[in-house]
Design a protein around this ligand. Structure first.
Ligand code: UDP
Ligand code: MG
Length: 305
């Protein structure tokens, strides 16, 4: 088989009706180019997998994985990544909200800028409820404040990247995956382009508000130990408050009246501090079990002499 230039990685959950359409669109936009389409059926309950299999019988540039149940888009992306053989990998949704023509633009940027490793699309405008928008903005603010690696606001999963980035992503073995954070963690030079999000023609969005909340919490807890360290800070605040009450009671001669409040503040403060110490160890264990590489190399000398 000739060398594949672009592998399209397409996670699909109940996308019946979109499979043929996205194939046609990509094949059309990239006619004459060596491409591969990797479909991951994330435990769909409709005809998605039958449609993918039918497509793979007709064309030899189709690879697929089918999950035993719905494991989520992150899991789908990880499994598909292992099947991508192209020089570039393009992550794209199955619902045609992301126009494959933008991948063409991303490929051109990668072709002409060897120093750029990832091209990421940011939605120019998106029709969303005010609540969803507010929650998203809040999430980015909190996350960038406490997270180990800052995240670009509104950066989508619609990206095209080189193999070094793919290998780096595959070297992260963690369970609770959060791709926006993983992309920030692996680093590499990223260029952002704007794209217009199209309306979904077939099917519905798979992201309910609860699913989004779970996703956001996963993002925060996977990339920050701050919630654990916060317990220690809280303990210190309680002990500080106790000292203030103590000093005030000395000056105002109300020691007897304040004794109960001071005892309570002291006990809660000490307990939280002890719990905080346990959390610090827990944070270290958590960092260790995530098993992330300590560094990721972008380039090095061959050293064969
Ligand atoms: N998806 C998936 N597993 C899920 C949810 C979504 O593979 O559990 C896929 C879905 O089929 C689509 C992409 O992820 O190709 C983005 O999902 P969706 O269009 O529902 O998200 P939105 O565009 O509303 O953010
Ligand atoms: Mg969509």
């Amino acid at each position: 088989m000739e060398e594949v230039k672009v592998s399209f990685l397409i996670p699909c959950f109940n996308e019946s009706g979109n499979i043929d359409k996205i194939y046609e669109k990509i094949a059309n936009d990239f006619s004459g180019e060596a491409i591969q389409l990797v479909f991951v059926d994330d435990g769909s309950k409709d005809n998605t997998i039958a449609e993918i299999k039918e497509l793979s019988r007709k064309h030899d540039n189709i690879s697929f994985v089918s999950f035993s149940r719905n494991f989520g888009k992150e899991a789908a992306m990880l499994s598909g990544l292992k099947k991508c053989k192209g020089t570039y990998t393009a992550l794209i949704d199955a619902d045609l909200q992301q126009d494959p023509l933008f991948v063409k633009q991303m490929v051109q940027i990668l072709d002409s800028n060897p120093e750029v490793d990832v091209v990421c699309a940011k939605p120019a405008r998106r029709k969303e409820s005010a609540l969803k928008k507010f929650l998203k903005e809040g999430f980015y603010k909190i996350d960038n404040w406490i997270s180990e690696v800052p995240m670009e606001q509104d950066a989508s999963d619609f990206r095209t990247f080189r193999n070094n980035v793919k290998e780096a992503l595959l070297s992260l073995p963690e369970y609770g995956r959060f791709s926006k954070g993983l992309f920030s963690f692996v680093g590499f030079k990223t260029q952002y382009i704007e794209y217009e999000v199209k309306e979904r023609e077939i099917g519905v969005s798979k992201w309910s508000l609860t699913k989004l909340f779970r996703y956001a919490f996963n993002g925060i807890f996977s990339f920050s130990n701050f919630p654990l360290v916060f317990i220690l800070y809280l303990g210190i605040v309680f002990l500080g408050a106790m000292e203030i009450v103590f000093l005030v009671s000395l000056f105002t001669h109300t020691f007897e009246t304040c004794r109960l409040a001071m005892t309570l503040l002291f006990l809660v403060g000490v307990t939280l501090c002890m719990l905080g110490v346990v959390s610090l160890y827990l944070a270290k264990i958590y960092s260790q079990v995530k098993g992330r590489p300590i560094y990721i190399v972008k380039e090095e000398s061959k050293d064969e002499h």
